[in-house]
Design a protein around this ligand. Sequence first.
Ligand code: G3P
Length: 229
Amino acid sequence: MDLLIDSANLEGIKKIYDIFPVEGVTTNPSILKAAGKEPLSQLKKIRAFIPHGAQLHVQTISKTAENIIKEAEFILGELGDNTYIKIPVFDQGIKAMKILSSRGVNTTATAIYTPMQGFIAGKAGAKYVAPYVNRLDNIGFDGVEVAKNIHDMLERHHLNTKVLAASFKNTQQVLTLCEYGIGSITAAPDVLEQLINHQITSIAIDDFNKDFASLVGEGKTMLDLGKTK
Ligand code: G3P
């Protein structure tokens, strides 16, 4: 399962990249607003920081297919290879996805709340489809189930499209999709950090360190052992 960072906060992105094996960064207009910077220069900073082959997903705003395509061309011109054009799944968005993917542009269908939206976007050639897991949970649906349904339909119909599940608020949602074999997820830095943090693990590490210190001295590591020879 690919892991992406759902953020435009450069410090948060750097912190996650330093530790985690991740494939790239996803953004949307609300995420750019939260970063509080001029969007294009912020996106360029993110692109300059992440590895050359990493994905950067950038969303279009326009309401007509014609203008979405123009925005896509502009975004690709500014941000280069491995930039995925995120397009919401409304009628003009699907039309734009169909045209852009026929031209070899990588697109990500976003704001997906139903399995059929995901399926149609896949048929329109989107490389990724992004169901909003937690937002679905919040309106009384089962976001994880919707993501699984889309994953199954894409596989069953042999579409070359992966689920990029988005909108997570807890690690259980991520775990369930990982167990299921979902293609990729994107989550905010705080959710990604929680994937590895556990209080019991911290206690175990402290106990190991105390035992080692009582054996060879405070603050010592294996490296200090060689010095006594
Ligand atoms: O990538 C889509 C995602 O950012 C939506 O997440 O947290 O706003 O529900 P959220």
